[in-house]
Design a protein around this ligand. Structure first.
Ligand code: ZN
Length: 313
């Protein structure tokens, strides 16, 4: 999504999807709604509220259609949802999502293991989705992002060749995506790589077709990677409230970068997010109550903002 004039950086909350899918327990639908409403009220403009995957695979997200419909009633909120395939995209359109994201793992082994699909098969789904969207009236047509997961490295294959990431980004755009995204699914990225890979993809698809990153903090590099992204002019960053979801491979490390810490970083650097840190910390308390015993991450929630701190906005 293009960034509104009154903010500099769009913080896209992915906790209700990426966070909740990674933890075993199922958050009640009403608690999810309260979370989303409170976070929107704190000033968050975009929330990925769920994933249209079969309920038997991810019972945590079985209520995604209801959550999308609810989120749509919140004025000014851009409602995003993940779709694993054409069928999921149909359901997302029906529910009224403003943005749908189809993940394509740059590592084919990872793609086979996670989605049980080859690159060619996922690109085929992307083409079908693109055709379906083209046939919709513009006012009902969601943005369609092709998200390159494991773009910075894969737990199975290790190094993922940058040429492969670029090739797949081009293929996704040709298949009908309106934009592409890069995801550090495994927390392998470093700041130099963030700049190099983003610029390589920009050279192939155009700067306006890649505006955001999805970073994880598995190895503590998340915010360093954010600064690299800001340095080259990226404007959208995914994050998860309380870093929920964690990382099963790195005890003590959050999964996604932590929304509270990210918003503090941005505002402290003078970049307007439109988000109120005190209100965000209230949302964190709400989520902590709804997930008793679940580990929440982040430094700013514990330390508080520094004395004399003034937000950018
Ligand atoms: Zn993620």
């Amino acid at each position: 999504m293009s960034v509104a004039a009154d903010i500099d950086i769009l913080v896209s909350e992915v906790g209700p999807r990426d966070g909740l899918q990674s933890i075993g327990r199922v958050m009640p639908t009403e608690a999810k709604k309260a979370w989303i409403a409170a976070e929107a009220a704190a000033g968050v403009r975009e929330i990925e509220v769920g994933s249209f995957v079969p309920a038997k695979l991810l019972p945590q997200l079985a209520d995604t259609a209801e959550i999308v419909a609810f989120a749509r009633t919140i004025p000014g909120l851009h409602v995003a949802a993940l779709v694993p395939n054409f069928k999921g995209a149909q359901a997302a359109v029906e529910a009224g999502a403003h943005k749908i994201t189809l993940p394509l793992s740059a590592s084919e082994s990872h793609s086979l293991k996670n989605l049980r699909r080859t690159h060619a098969q996922v690109l085929d789904e992307a083409r079908q989705i693109g055709e379906m969207l083209k046939a919709l009236p513009p006012e009902r047509r969601p943005e369609f992002e092709g998200a390159l997961s494991t773009a910075f490295g894969c737990t199975i294959e290790g190094v993922v060749p940058e040429a492969k990431v670029v090739e797949l980004a081009v293929a996704l755009m040709e298949a009908g995506c309106s934009e592409v995204g890069l995801s550090d699914t495994t927390g392998y990225a470093n700041p130099t790589q963030v700049k190099r890979l983003t610029q390589a993809v920009w050279a192939a698809v155009g700067r306006d077709k890649l505006t955001g990153l999805h970073l994880h903090n598995t190895r503590g590099q998340g915010l360093a990677n954010v600064v690299a992204a800001l340095d080259i002019g990226l404007t959208t960053l995914d994050a998860s409230l309380g870093g929920i979801g964690g990382c099963p491979f790195a005890p003590g490390a959050s999964g996604n970068i932590v929304t509270e810490d990210l918003v503090f970083l941005l505002e402290a650097m003078g970049l307007r997010t439109g988000i109120s840190i005190p209100k965000l910390l209230e949302v964190r308390r709400l989520v902590a109550e709804a997930l008793p015993g679940e580990q929440l991450y982040g430094f700013v929630p514990d330390a508080g903002v520094p004395k004399g701190f003034r937000p950018a906005s």
